[in-house]
Design a protein around this ligand. Sequence first.
Ligand SMILES: C[S@@+](CC[C@H](N)C(=O)[O-])C[C@H]1O[C@@H](n2cnc3c(N)ncnc32)[C@H](O)[C@@H]1O
Length: 169
Amino acid sequence: MLEVGTSQGYSVLWISLGLEETGGKITTIDIALEKVKLAKANIARAGLSHRVTFLQGDAHQLLPTLEGPFDFVFLDADKEGQPDYFKKLHPKKLAAGGIIAVHNAIRMRESMKDYLDMIATHPDFDSVVLPLTMDAGFSGSYRKRKGLSDRSRRGAAKEVGFQATRASS
Ligand SMILES: C[S@@+](CC[C@H](N)C(=O)[O-])C[C@H]1O[C@@H](n2cnc3c(N)ncnc32)[C@H](O)[C@@H]1O
């Protein structure tokens, strides 16, 4: 997983708690050294340091140096920067079936209008904006798996066949 915009580490704390269940890891980036130090200390106090890699620097410059692909990306830094972050992540560094989540998609819609308009109509993604976190809003975009819809259809057809067989026996 990847987070852009660590701040004091509140969101990465919750994500890391979830990763305790799945065994995953997260890399989080912040441009402000003091924030990285504070977040590191907070995560250490919570006993979750083994889940988190902290990077300090401008995420616009750091993203091209990361390997990926990531299953989940949380963009929560400079809102005007979203199209550039997207360009640096998709398609190589975002896994098929992966999610891009963006905070403040309602409250700060005007600052990231270009990104929200682009992702809403992008053929590789299914996107939704939800009025979560006191109506600040989250945009969530699912990167479609190519061909899955066909397979899903076949799976559903088999399932219906199975139920029909059981019902008639
Ligand atoms: C809204 S805060 C993040 C909050 C955090 N995700 C949370 O929910 O706890 C935004 C953070 O993005 C960082 N930031 C802004 N521009 C950045 C950039 N270009 N690269 C990396 N971090 C950046 C700021 O320093 C700030 O700490």
